[in-house]
Write a protein that binds this ligand. Structure first.
Ligand code: SAM
Length: 281
């Protein structure tokens, strides 16, 4: 435990707390708890300078990662949790770190995290995939409202976030994320580190939002184009982009892109050029 983050009251081990409160994992909410202190500490250290601004943790559950963030010197942690069963346990953690933990009960999809706490805001989360991906898109759209996002994903999703052109994982997710943020894969966490163990390996990913997206483009048009281009991965762009305009071939040529190319061959810069060319039609 670091000196800056020390708890005022020593909390019992997480497994004991979970047993005492009868907190079995709810599969419908994608609950897999990370109880390994080495790993929660590693995530907290990766999250950046915790002693400034606010750390917003989404889906704290029984609070393993929450404790690690506080122990590693977080000035203020704001947690958003939708499962009410965890509120008493989180209140115990708040009492052990006076004035440093704020609890928000609710669905993170309905909370504007950019308005919580004070800048620099850092988001940390271990969330189910079906929640994490839409939340990531919202947080990226908020531009530089967040100093950093340290998030756990299924390894397969992390592969898609960091993918480069001409690879099988390159697609909408890579383009949307890398256009707006610097994306780095940090480390993998095996299923056995969780209780209960999930079926797949997890990966911690760090995203640092860019002050401006990499290249100018209308976000809605870029999204339409990548959806069309990767919805039919094997098709040439002159065909897959016809659903956006019957003049797709002409637009491709105007943007300096071979109409026979496939989506996975195009860089983010080229996709942005295409978005601008379609927008000008
Ligand atoms: N962070 C804890 C850990 O690492 O042990 C728990 C992780 S568990 C995979 C996901 C947590 O997210 C659960 O506590 C679940 O209730 C919560 N959760 C799921 N969907 C949520 C949502 N839409 N808004 C807020 N919390 C959510």
């Amino acid at each position: 435990m670091s000196e800056t983050g020390a708890a005022a009251i020593v909390l019992p081990p997480l497994r004991e707390v979970i047993a005492r409160h009868g907190l079995s994992a709810n599969k419908a909410l994608g609950q897999n708890f990370l109880l390994d202190l080495n790993l929660t500490g590693r995530i907290a250290r990766a999250a950046g300078a915790l002693d400034q601004g606010s750390v917003i943790e989404v889906g704290p559950g029984p609070g393993g990662l929450t404790r690690a963030l506080l122990d590693h010197g977080a000035r203020e942690v704001i947690v958003i949790e939708r499962d009410r069963r965890f509120l008493p346990v989180l209140a115990e953690i708040a009492a052990a770190y006076p004035g440093r933990l704020q609890i928000v009960e609710g669905d993170a999809l309905k909370v504007d995290a950019a308005r919580l706490g004070t800048a620099p805001r850092r988001i940390v989360a271990n969330l189910p995939y079906n929640v994490a991906t839409p939340l990531l898109m919202d947080w990226l759209e908020a531009g530089s409202a967040f100093a950093g996002l340290t998030l756990m994903f299924q390894k397969e999703v992390a592969d898609r976030l960091v993918a480069q052109p001409r690879s099988k994982d390159y697609g909408r997710l890579a383009i949307a994320a890398q256009w707006r943020a610097e994306v780095r894969r940090l480390f993998d966490i095996p299923p056995r580190a969780f209780t209960p163990p999930p079926k797949v390996t997890s990966t911690v990913v760090q995203l640092v939002p860019r002050p401006q997206p990499l290249y100018p483009a209308d976000p809605a048009m870029l999204e339409r184009i990548t959806t069309a281009a990767f919805g039919q991965r094997r098709k040439m762009l002159r065909q897959s982009l016809r659903q956006i305009s019957p003049l797709a071939e002409e637009v491709l040529l105007a943007a300096g892109i071979a109409p026979t190319a496939r989506g996975e061959e195009l860089s983010i810069e080229q996709f942005c050029a295409l978005a601008r060319a379609f927008k000008n039609r």
